[in-house]
Design a protein around this ligand. Structure first.
Ligand SMILES: N[C@@H](CCC(=O)N[C@@H](CS)C(=O)NCC(=O)O)C(=O)O
Length: 266
């Protein structure tokens, strides 16, 4: 074994030993820091709902900035604060302005709600919680939205050779077949991250929603949460606006071609 590999193994074993033997006190979450004023720039039905929902679940104060049922007015106030990257959510946190819902959630939890809405660092659920936190934007939203846009130009007639929208949603469905939440045994911020892209995929017919019973059952549990219902009441007081059109038809189900057969020959 190479020296670096041995060193890596020793480090991994040491880390495992720390998690396995550290007294409960040492694993306790650090104290929550005082939170600066938080303003969430929001548009109905968009990813900014993640942050509103997070704050509702945590019982933290925030100001919601949008003009209900007025897309142009809402866009104008967003552009005024964040002309370089006008996306929802944008958050004003004290005197800092930043974007990326996952980063916003991580910052709020790490600083102001440590240990909440995430499994314990040393639990088996933790790596999967982190995976879904990133999967929501990194694999799921990116593929589903790319497919939605491409399919509006030219609907597919067959499955992709490698990973397509059906498969990225199926991966989530399979996890929910074995775990009640994307946080594992408990609801976590990963569940908050996953709602938007799964709704996008299923409501806009990027996939056939009837093929994913576990996700549908999970969505029913999500929608029954008081924190989710408070978010909907505050974030969509006049309902949804700017709805996208569903695709007329999702990719036909059927076997995926073997990657080797589909790969271009060199
Ligand atoms: N990865 C970002 C995506 C933000 C994003 O693209 N938000 C959409 C709304 S859901 C948006 O503002 N789009 C405006 C545009 O692309 O022009 C996040 O998770 O916050």
């Amino acid at each position: 074994m190479k020296r670096t590999a041995v060193a890596g193994l020793a480090l991994a074993l040491a880390a495992t030993a720390v998690f396995a033997t550290a007294p409960a006190q040492a694993q306790r979450a650090p104290a929550a820091a005082k939170m600066p004023p938080v303003t969430i720039y929001h548009l109905e039905g968009r990813r900014s709902e993640r942050i509103v929902w997070l704050m509702e679940e945590l019982g933290l104060p925030y100001t919601l900035e949008f003009k209900p049922a007025d897309m142009a007015g809402t866009a104008a106030s967003l552009r005024a604060i964040n002309p370089a990257m006008p996306v929802f959510p944008t958050v004003k946190y004290g005197d800092q302005v930043f974007v990326e819902s996952g980063a916003i959630i991580d910052t709020i939890i790490s600083r102001h709600a440590p240990g909440k809405l995430e499994p314990a660092l040393n639990s088996p659920d933790y790596p999967y919680h982190r995976m879904w936190m990133h999967y929501a934007e990194g694999s799921l939203a990116s593929r589903v939205i790319a497919d939605y846009r491409v399919w509006q130009i030219q609907p597919p007639t067959a499955r992709a050779a490698l990973v397509d929208s059906e498969q990225v949603v199926q991966f989530a469905e399979d996890y929910l077949g074995k775990h009640p939440w994307f946080g594992g045994s408990q609801f976590s911020a990963a569940d908050i991250m996953m709602v938007f892209p799964l709704n996008f995929a299923m409501q806009l017919n990027v996939v056939d929603k009837n093929q994913f019973p576990k996700i549908n059952a999970w969505k029913a549990k999500i929608e029954a949460r008081p924190g989710y219902q408070r978010m909907i009441a505050k974030a969509r007081p006049k309902g949804m606006i700017g709805n996208l059109n569903p695709l007329p038809k999702h990719a036909p189900p059927g076997p995926r071609p073997a990657p080797a057969a589909a790969a271009p020959k060199r």
